[in-house]
Write a protein that binds this ligand. Structure first.
Ligand SMILES: [Zn+2]
Length: 207
């Protein structure tokens, strides 16, 4: 018989699909049984500082650890959180591939399950480093649905800066543009609406 492996799970979806409220619910389901969880997020996410805040109900709680770029998450968990029943990562798309591999090692070497929440793609429809690695190696992939403004299933995230839709080369800052740090507004879009907005920026059919 094979040994059981603690699960590495990736819950992904566009902005506004309820990732945060699900994360808070997941943490609560452990804590109401008297079990401890460690909630972490990348330090690059300056939104709400050390807090995790749901857009749906405004509920928030503080995170246990902010992950800096280059930080070895396996070592942090080994040193500070080795007794927890679950590690929960918010905004996992911002982690490096190496850090995702360290989370894999947390499940294998420490036997602690890890649940990651994050975006699959950026506002241009391209994968983030953390999401790329999670899609490759997670034991369980859970797609979280939400609805586009047109009523179709939204799989993409679009970004409006000062009311203008942003695409690559047009308002195209880097991949990381944190909500609240500028006048950026992120919305969940279906591929059709994302393409229509993109074509509108260029004034021709590029998608
Ligand atoms: Zn749509």
């Amino acid at each position: 018989m094979g040994k059981s492996v603690a699960e590495l799970k990736f819950n992904f979806g566009p902005m506004g699909c309820g990732k945060t409220i699900d994360l808070l619910r997941a943490a609560y389901s452990y804590e109401e049984k008297g079990l401890e969880v460690a909630i972490m997020k990348p330090a690059v996410d300056t939104k709400a500082n050390q807090n995790i805040q749901s857009r749906i109900d405004g509920f928030e709680r503080s995170v246990n650890y902010l992950i800096c770029p280059g930080c070895n998450i396996l070592e942090v968990i080994r040193r500070k959180f080795s007794k927890v029943s679950c590690v929960i990562i918010d905004e996992a798309q911002f982690l490096s591939a190496e850090q995702i591999d360290q989370l894999r090692a947390v499940t294998l070497r420490l036997g602690i399950p890890v649940t990651c929440y994050g975006l699959r793609t950026d506002r241009f429809g391209e994968l983030f480093p953390g999401s790329t690695r999670l899609l490759a190696i997670a034991d369980r992939l859970v797609e979280m649905d939400t609805i586009c403004e047109c009523g179709s299933k939204a799989t993409m995230t679009g970004c409006f800066v000062d009311g203008k839709f942003t695409t690559k080369g047009a308002n195209g800052a880097g991949q990381v543009l944190i909500d609240g740090a500028t006048e950026a507004r992120y919305v969940a879009l279906c591929p059709r609406c994302h393409a229509d907005y993109t074509n509108g920026v260029y004034g021709k059919e590029v998608l």
